[in-house]
Ligand binder design. Structure first.
Ligand code: GRF
Length: 205
């Protein structure tokens, strides 16, 4: 099967990037990571990529006069590497309709709750909201990115229990373990041409 080319956008720790790298190296995804882009020069994700000889580049949003200029620089870099799918993996910038339109139906994100739960929230705010809601289950969602932040068609969700004595940290850890299964799986399905977007729904063929 022909390998697709991934561009992974990161800002921090990069544990999801690591899960994608590991799945590719195990031969589980017909893909290669063409470029990892970080908007933060100190993101640990960059070191993870470099350890696996994956090209990296820092594009610092603060160096650009406007969001459009920043996104144009991202697009130029992704296009130069002939990227088929853009994977947001802990990327802490919201992408405008300009960027989203350029890679229509070719951008994925992972959210650490069962969307639409905690839509628009990030980091520990997500798990705090889940704990405050009293929900018995949380999980993670891999979805296509549209102009509606955290509102694009859902590809995969994985569920974890919420325990009575959970803290933000313990819940985040349980969810993260499922993120590391869900993201590689969603990318595999895309790479194998098994995802079909029908309105708000993603059909898995
Ligand atoms: C994950 O919890 C992900 O759901 C969210 O940002 C976090 C990134 O973690 N979008 P990492 O950088 O992949 O370790």
């Amino acid at each position: 099967m022909k390998k697709i080319r991934l561009g992974v956008l990161v800002s921090g720790r990069g544990s999801n990037l690591q899960a994608i790298i590991d799945a590719i190296e195990r031969g589980q995804i017909p893909a290669e990571i063409a470029i990892v882009i970080s908007n933060k020069s100190d993101a640990y994700a960059l070191q993870r990529a470099q350890k696996h000889n994956i090209p990296t580049v820092v594009i610092d949003h603060k160096a650009f006069a406007s969001r459009k200029d920043f996104e144009q620089a991202l697009i130029d870099e992704l296009d130069r590497h002939r990227v088929d799918l853009v994977c947001l993996a802990g990327f802490m910038r919201i992408l405008s309709p300009y960027f989203v339109e350029h890679y229509k139906n070719r951008i994925m994100n992972i959210h650490p709750a069962l969307l639409p739960v905690a839509k628009g929230l990030y980091g520990e705010h997500v798990h705090k909201a889940v704990l405050e809601s009293g929900a018995k289950f949380s999980g993670c969602t891999v979805h296509f990115v549209t102009e509606d932040v955290d509102g694009g068609p859902i590809i995969i969700q994985r569920v974890v229990p919420v325990k009575d004595d959970d803290t933000v940290e313990s819940l985040a850890e349980r969810v993260l373990a499922e993120e590391h299964r869900a993201y590689p799986e969603a990318i595999r399905l895309f790479a194998e041409g098994k995802l079909e977007i029908v309105g708000r729904r993603v059909k898995i063929k």
